[in-house]
Each structure stands twice: as C-alpha cells, then as structure tokens.
Write a protein that binds this ligand. Structure first.
Ligand SMILES: [Zn+2]
Length: 388
C-alpha cells in the first residue's frame, strides 16, 4: 500500500479517538493562555500514541511540543485550542483535532518519513499571539515549514488574513457639574465621540479591502458630571503590516485633533498586532491537490474574501507556512466568532471535515519531507515573497 494511503487509513482508524478529544475540548472552553484542560487532553493523546511530549515550552504553560521521524527537514503541525467568551465559536477544537489526527496518521508511518514531524500546541491565538511568543522564544528555530487548518464557512487552500495594529486612546478632560457649571469642564466624552466621527470620515481615504473598528471602553463617570476621563480602542487591518501602521497614524491624528477641539488631552499608544498571512502557494497547492482527491476542492481564496487576522501571519513571515480553511457551515449559517458557529464546531459535518482535512495536511507534510524539490521550491517562493 502507498504510504499516503497508509497515512489516511491510520487517520480513519484514529477517528473516534480524535473526535472524543475534540469534543471534550469543545465542552470545556478555555480562553487564551488558560487552556490547561485542552493542552492536557492533547498531550495525553500524543503520549498515548507513544510520543514524548515537552511541556511547557517557551515559558507558556499551555504550549507543548512533540516530535518524531528521522533527521532531515522538519515540518510542524500546529494545534490551536483556545476559545472565546462565547465558547468555541472559532472552532479551535477542530483545529487541534485535525492536527492530532494528522500527527496520528504520520506517526503510523514514522519509520518511512524522510525528516521530522513536530506536533506543537500553540495557545492564545485569540488576541494573545501565542505563536509570536513561540517564534520569538526560539521554539521554531529548527522548523522548515508549518501548517494548520481553520474551520470557516468555505473551503479554501489559502487565507488572505490581514495584518493588524492596535491603538489605545485615553482622553483627560476636566470634571464639572453637568447642570450647575458645564462651562467649567472640558468633556473627555466629546473627544471620544469626535474621534469616532473623524475616523469615519477618514475611511473614504483608506485603500480598498481594509478595516478599522473600535469600541469605547470608558465613556465617563456619571451622567451629571462632565466626563474627565474616557478611553477607547481601535484596530486597523490591512493587507500589509506597514499599511495597518499607516492607518493607525491617521487614527492618532484624529484623536489629537479631537483633543484640541474639545480642550482635552489625548494619550495614545499604538502596538503592532498580527502580520498578514503570506500563503505559501507551493505548499498550499499541494494541500489543495490532496483535498480534491479526498473529494473537496479547495481553490485559492479570492483576495477580497472576508477574513480576519491570525498569529499564523507572523509565522508565515518567518518560515514556509500554510493556513487553509475548511467549511463546517454554509454561507449564511454562521461563521467564525458568531454564536451559531459554536454548534457547527461540534457537529457531524464538522468532525467529518476535521478528519478529511487531517488527511490532506498529513499528506502535504509527508510530501514536503519526501520530495526535496517540493520543499526547496516552497522555500524559494518564501524567500521571494518575504516581507510582502
Ligand atoms: Zn480562529
């Protein structure tokens, strides 16, 4: 039997165990950096396969790493498992289930691998940037390529994830009684509102496909006091980190102008968020070919596909990386972060997709190790696109 067929058969044999783990994680949602239960489930499953698991790694209590194979190039398969306040509304239990299943399939052919497979638990994708911490702390220094797959409402070999930039703004005004002596105060709330209006007017001038969104986190102290302190936050999203930063500068100008207009003082801080995803097309197209063989075409995502952001973007600026997405719902039935997506992440359709995607990931990882020219082509593409 062909090695790829053996991988797929092993994944089929692992199906019920993988679903048990994924379902347990779904039933026990944990937010970023607190994924103790999920990490425990995955590590126990990896150990049951016979792997030696290192944990914690990189000073992250819920990160882990296991590896197997032989000397040669190294491919990492990432598991995300953090939830959101509304549960597993991003379906990360399926990401970890697919990663675990892929690892089970590859481990079944470990003696035939022409390199190493790393199974890595990557916590806190939802706003914590766990992969960036792992990257910066050296956890990926010997890895040639990394992969994961994310549930969505469509099947695509790539994901045009946007770069982000975070802006925090605090306005300091002057408190006064809102009825007895409003003229004695200066309103920090007026400054926040003015900032949102100015940002809305600036939208026209941003390039197509970009996003900017914000919330007021502190709108004042009492209705009968002119607010002396307010706070708001914005996120800018763009196709490149440099343009996200440029948009952020505009937000800061809006805040400074609002402060001037309202007689308040603006304190701003800007923090770079996730980088845009540079999808490695060489590896992504190999994934797509396997997905098609398994009965589900996964074409390149259109550039204007509605999308979010991911810390996998930062990984893709450092090494060869792919982040295909797979449908567990149909358009209109709910997608990532929506309440309706929680049930899709624990559905028959979701688990069927998880097992299929595990096979496509595992075969792609196998190919990258088995075909030196495939990996070198992927690396040449990475070098040509770096920092784009
Ligand atoms: Zn997600």
């Amino acid at each position: 039997m062909d090695t790829r067929q053996r991988i797929c058969r092993a994944i089929d044999d692992y199906r019920s165990r993988a679903i048990t783990v994924s379902h347990a994680i779904h039933e026990h949602p944990e937010n970023r950096f607190e994924e103790v239960f999920a990490a425990e489930q995955l590590c126990a499953a990896a150990e049951a396969l016979g792997l030696k698991v290192d944990r914690p790694i990189a000073d992250l209590k819920t990160a882990f790493r296991a590896e197997f194979g032989s000397s040669g190039p190294t491919v990492a398969i990432f598991a995300e498992y953090d939830a959101l306040p509304n549960g597993h509304s991003c379906g990360h239990n399926l990401i970890s289930g697919a990663a675990l299943s892929a690892v089970a399939g590859l481990h079944a052919v470990a003696s035939d691998l022409k390199g190493r497979i790393v199974f890595m638990g990557t916590p806190a994708e939802e706003g914590g940037g766990g992969k960036i911490l792992l990257l910066n702390r050296g956890a990926l220094k010997d890895v040639d390529a990394a992969m994961m797959a994310h549930p969505m409402d469509g099947d695509w070999a790539t994901m045009p994830a946007l770069a982000t930039c975070h802006i925090q703004i605090r306005f300091r005004g002057k408190a006064a009684h809102a009825a007895i002596a409003p003229w004695a105060g200066s309103s920090a709330l007026a400054a926040v509102l003015q900032t949102f209006h100015s940002v809305d007017m600036a939208r026209l001038h941003f390039r197509d496909g970009h996003r900017i969104h914000g919330i007021i986190t502190n709108g004042g102290q009492a209705t009968n006091i002119i607010p002396e302190l307010t706070e708001c936050r914005f996120v800018t999203r763009a196709y490149t980190a440099s343009y996200a930063a440029e948009m952020a500068k505009r937000v800061v100008l809006c805040a400074e102008a609002a402060a001037m207009a309202t007689g308040t003082r603006a304190e701003t801080s800007t923090i770079a968020g996730y980088k845009n995803m540079i999808n490695n097309m060489t590896a992504a197209h190999r994934y797509a070919a396997h997905s098609e063989t398994l009965g589900v075409p996964a074409p390149d995502a259109p550039r204007d596909l509605p999308t979010g952001s991911t810390d996998m973007g930062d990984i893709s600026h450092a090494i060869v990386a792919i982040h295909p997405v797979f449908a567990i719902s149909s358009p209109g039935e709910g997608t990532c972060h929506e309440d309706a997506f929680v049930k899709h992440a624990d559905s028959e359709r979701g688990y069927n997709a998880m097992i299929r995607v595990a096979k496509a990931l595992a075969m792609t990882a196998y190919d990258l190790l088995a075909e030196p020219e495939l990996l070198s082509q992927a690396k040449a593409e990475f070098a040509a696109n770096r920092d784009s």
